[in-house]
Design a protein around this ligand. Structure first.
Ligand SMILES: Nc1nc2c(ncn2[C@@H]2O[C@H](COP(=O)(O)OP(=O)(O)OP(=O)(O)O)[C@@H](O)[C@H]2O)c(=O)[nH]1
Ligand SMILES: [Mg+2]
Length: 424
């Protein structure tokens, strides 16, 4: 561990350039307000990137300067005056109040991240004063080039101007909050010779934390999926009834309760996985396979239930007076489709969740795209899953079966969801 201070980054730039989106991506937090309305962020707010409840680094989100030109003119007139004196002098002036709050956030930070939208042309008139103010500050500076409109790209023009002014520029897409995207940004920052040595060590720690965090989230998700499948396969719904009475109602009630319970189990784990990845506000529209899954579950259930009932009725006919019986409903060894359906649903959910991005505020729609469906499992995997399924429904060595499923999912996720080779 380092004794260096926790780094603080102040994110600055004109309204609607993606500042809050960038913080959202870097903190894995989808509760930070982001919108196409100009001036969404009204004042400087500090957010932390947290890992295991520890604050790893801070980001100041700021609105754009309101009086950039006036402030620059004042600074220019008082060239030798320290910034802090300037703030002290003007802090109560109504016109500068908001901007001074921004400058205070910048002064409290180690790094200034200046965000520009490179799908718009560089406009000296609009941006010049902001550039001059930032130049005046002693903090380390990084410029993030955000391309908001995909069909317009003025990167070269921006780079020309900014590099002449000794700014280092980095392309960053805030809609992608994958670890690989964040790692690439940090890798490029490390290449920058102007980064102070103790800050560099701190940045390395932050990048390592992102990686640990990412791998742990994956492992947590895999464990959750495994325990969800095990819980569903072991689930038994029981109903007590009197023989010769209410058999039809019993059947309907039993299936209904069973189905509700297993969907609850599935939903609960999905929610926990979403929370773990920082998607606290996300609306998930699971349009995929909901119907198919119900069909699968229902058909296999009906069959197994019919068998159970046949047996119960047969035994129940023997006693002369009505006696209390218990009917049980659970998945059977032959219901292997259930395991595949649940696994496909869980992996698609995880895949799309990871790739959704924290700055993306559209609902996450899990759709059934026949042409673009991932083939998650090899034949060998499928055979292993069939064996795991049989062990889990029959409660035979369940810990072993869970361990096998976890290992199988680890490989699937590493190869099919994120290419972990690209990370290491
Ligand atoms: N397609 C696309 N949209 C983006 C990108 N970055 C930001 N946006 C969108 O641009 C709009 C503004 O993003 P914000 O992150 O709120 O911008 P801001 O700079 O914080 O804006 P203010 O708070 O108003 O200063 C939102 O609708 C974002 O979804 C991007 O890289 N691609
Ligand atoms: Mg904002």
């Amino acid at each position: 561990m380092t004794s260096n201070p926790t780094l603080t980054f102040a994110v600055i730039g004109k309204p609607n350039k993606g500042k809050s989106s960038i913080i959202s991506a870097l903190t894995f937090d989808n509760t930070i307000e982001v919108s196409s309305k100009i001036g969404t962020t009204k004042e400087a707010n500090r957010y932390a990137y947290k890992y295991q409840d520890k604050e790893i680094c801070y980001f100041y989100d700021t609105p754009g300067f309101e009086q950039a030109k006036a402030i620059y003119n004042l600074l220019d007139k008082n060239k030798n005056k320290p910034f802090t004196d300037f703030i002290q002098e003007h802090r109560d002036e109504k016109n500068y109040k908001k901007d001074i709050k921004i400058i205070e956030a910048l002064l409290k930070s180690h790094f200034i991240i200046w965000v520009v939208n490179i799908s718009e042309k560089y406009n000296k008139h609009a941006i010049g004063s902001e550039l001059e103010i930032i130049k005046t500050l002693k903090q380390q500076k990084l410029v993030l080039l955000n391309q908001i409109e995909q069909d317009k790209d003025y990167t070269d023009e921006w780079k020309n101007v900014l590099e002449k002014e000794k700014f280092t520029t980095y392309s960053f897409d805030p809609l992608d909050s994958s670890f690989l995207n964040i790692k690439n940004l940090f890798d490029k920052i490390f290449e920058n010779k102007i980064i102070k040595k103790d800050y560099r060590e701190n940045l390395i720690n932050i990048q390592n934390t992102y990686e640990k965090h990412y791998r742990e989230n994956l492992d947590y998700s895999i464990k959750k999926i495994t325990s969800m499948i095990a819980a569903i396969l072991a689930y038994e719904e029981k109903e007590t009834f009197y023989i010769k009475k209410d058999i039809d109602n019993l059947k309907i009630k039993l299936i209904q309760n069973f189905r509700e319970e297993i969907y609850k189990l599935e939903k609960r784990d999905k929610k926990e996985i979403e929370k773990r990845w920082g998607y606290l506000e996300i609306e998930v529209k699971d349009r995929r396979k909901e119907f198919d899954a119900k069909m699968d579950l229902e058909s296999s259930l009906l069959e197994s239930l019919a068998n159970i009932l046949k047996k119960i009725i047969f035994i129940g006919l023997i006693p002369s007076k009505p006696s209390k019986k218990t009917a049980k409903c659970s998945f059977q060894k032959k219901d292997i489709d259930v395991s595949f359906t649940l696994l496909n649903r869980a992996l698609s959910h995880l895949d799309q969740l990871i790739n959704h991005g924290h700055a993306n505020r559209k609902p996450l729609e899990i759709i059934n795209d026949e042409n673009n469906q991932k083939e998650w499992f090899s034949q060998e995997d499928k055979d292993s899953i069939a064996k795991i399924h049989r062990d889990l429904v029959s409660d035979r060595n369940p810990d072993n079966a869970k361990e096998e499923l976890q290992n199988l999912l680890r490989n699937t996720v590493a190869n099919k969801i994120i290419d972990l080779n690209k990370i290491s």
